[in-house]
Write a protein that binds this ligand. Structure first.
Ligand SMILES: Cc1cc2nc3c(=O)[nH]c(=O)nc-3n(C[C@H](O)[C@H](O)[C@H](O)COP(=O)(O)OP(=O)(O)OC[C@H]3O[C@@H](n4cnc5c(N)ncnc54)[C@H](O)[C@@H]3O)c2cc1C
Length: 459
């Protein structure tokens, strides 16, 4: 069974590797000269800079399982305990997020009114299945508007660089929907999940990244995994943007890419961004193309800001901070990278990772490097409430089409694309545009596709 996989980000690499394990002959075709897509770990001047994802939450096993299967289990590196504390920039200062319900109700993140409303969550009836619901509406309904604006909005920004009012809850955070459906509410659901997890793992549940799991990477960054995957694959063709796809007479598909002989195979897995898939299938499945073109991508820029540790205005004693939209700051969030993974800055130095852009400040991607750095320095001074040193090292990475937005109607769009492609045997949809944006979800989608591809069934 020959399978062409289009796009060598983590989705395409992981899918191709799982297909190889299952006995297929995968051919991985990538437009860029390097593999990895959004994943790129760069070592420079003693700093380790992640251009894309900073790490992967271990709560979903697909990532850690793949690492173990690749023989990289020993290299998995969890975030340090120092990263346990998380902050919000709220009402003019950084405020620590409380570690437990008691601290939360005694603390000042929410007003008394907001806390009282949140305490009612277990008594709010579940919503009957109906039309789609935005993440913000769901959160407001369950925990109240103040908690939705203060806590849920920054969480959404942290994952999607997106707008909680536009993102679809069942598409973007299916687990939250499941907690309500299966347990009647978030508190009940979380308690049940934590109990089950504790039973499974002993006292290990939680960790530096909170109840979602522990942020995990490798000493050399996430590129360790993409490089290992590429090494294991027998046929990886880079610098070859796929531009055509035709059904072959008698079955199978022909893929054409610039500068290469056409590739014939029994099946094709799409692991490129949705506009690329739309362009490839548009000629024969216009309804699929229309649905795929309805998925918007949010721009994001990552700024690595390295400083001398003794010049910092405050200790970077935690994971970093997020900023709710109503604070109208230009930064979406700041990770204290060298506190999360200590070796990412040389001795005597610290590194911050600032994210801007998203639905909130897309115009910042248009600034030149010097102007953007000046904005960042000023934003850090406002949020820290103190002067910041100039960086001794900096790197700016712009992702104009950074993160796909699972907006209201996403599940219907996904279903429409799947339906329109179903008559075309041997075509499979993957990649982060449809089934989950986290690295672990991208890997899990690949895992899920292997059985159907090998059996020639719809994916
Ligand atoms: C700034 C940022 C921070 C993030 N942080 C995190 C994080 O901390 N944790 C986490 O889990 N996730 C994070 N994510 C999300 C995660 O990184 C991505 O969703 C994931 O890496 C996407 O993988 P992918 O393979 O689906 O897509 P991509 O990585 O986008 O790969 C798609 C590939 O297709 C190729 N391609 C495009 N057109 C063609 C063509 N015509 N022919 C052939 N190939 C083509 C592209 O060049 C690319 O290599 C972050 C994303 C960004 C942008």
């Amino acid at each position: 069974m020959k399978v062409t996989v289009i796009g060598a980000g983590i989705s395409g690499l992981a899918t191709a590797y799982r297909l190889l394990e299952a006995g297929a002959e995968p051919i991985l075709v990538e437009a860029e000269p390097r593999v990895g897509g959004k994943i790129f770990s760069e070592a420079a001047d003693g700093f380790l800079i992640e251009h894309g994802p900073n790490g992967v939450l271990d709560s979903r096993p697909a990532f850690t399982q793949l690492a173990r299967d690749l023989g990289m289990g020993e290299r998995l590196m969890p975030a340090s305990d120092a990263a346990h504390h998380r902050y919000l920039y709220l009402r003019g200062q950084l405020r620590a997020l409380p570690g437990g319900p008691k601290d939360f109700f005694l603390g000042d993140i929410l007003s008394w009114r907001g806390k009282a409303r949140m305490a009612l969550e277990p008594f709010i009836p579940g919503r009957r299945r109906g039309p789609d619901e935005s993440v913000f509406d769901f959160a407001s309904r369950r925990v109240g508007v103040e908690a939705a604006r203060t806590l849920i909005d920054p969480m959404v920004t942290g994952v999607f660089a997106g707008d909680a009012q536009r993102l679809s809850l069942p598409a973007a955070f299916p687990r939250l929907r499941k907690l309500e459906d299966e347990h009647g509410g978030l508190v009940r659901g979380m308690v049940a999940t934590m109990r089950a997890r504790r039973k499974e793992q002993g006292a290990k549940a939680g960790g530096p990244a909170g109840p979602g799991g522990t942020l995990t990477s490798f000493p050399g960054g996430l590129s360790e995994m993409t490089a290992t995957l590429a090494d294991r694959l027998p046929d990886v063709r880079t610098g070859a943007p796929v531009s055509g796809l035709q059904a072959r007479e008698g079955g199978g598909w022909r893929v054409t890419a610039a500068g290469m002989d056409p590739i014939d195979s029994d099946a094709v897995v799409f692991a490129a961004p949705t506009p690329v898939i739309a362009q490839l299938v548009g000629g024969f499945a216009p309804k699929a193309a229309e649905a795929l073109n309805g998925i918007r991508y949010s721009p994001a820029a990552v700024i690595a800001y390295g400083v001398k540790a003794d010049q910092l205005p405050r200790p970077l004693d935690g994971f970093g901070f997020l900023v709710p939209s109503f604070e109208h700051r230009k930064v979406l969030g700041v990770l204290w990278t060298s506190s999360i993974f200590a070796h990412r800055a040389p001795a005597g130095h610290a590194m911050l990772r600032i994210i801007v852009g998203g639905a909130r400040s897309p115009e910042l991607l248009g600034l030149d490097d010097a102007s953007l750095l000046a904005v960042i320095k000023s934003e850090l001074e406002i949020t820290f409430g103190a002067a910041m040193p100039d960086p001794v090292f900096s790197r700016i990475i712009r992702w104009p089409a950074g993160i796909p937005q699972y907006e209201l109607g996403h599940l219907a769009r996904r279903e429409a694309a799947e339906r329109a492609l179903r008559p075309y045997k041997g075509l499979y949809l993957g990649g982060n545009g449809l089934y989950g944006v986290s690295v672990a979800e991208c890997i899990a989608r690949g895992d899920a596709l292997v059985g159907p591809v090998m059996r020639g069934e719809p994916g």
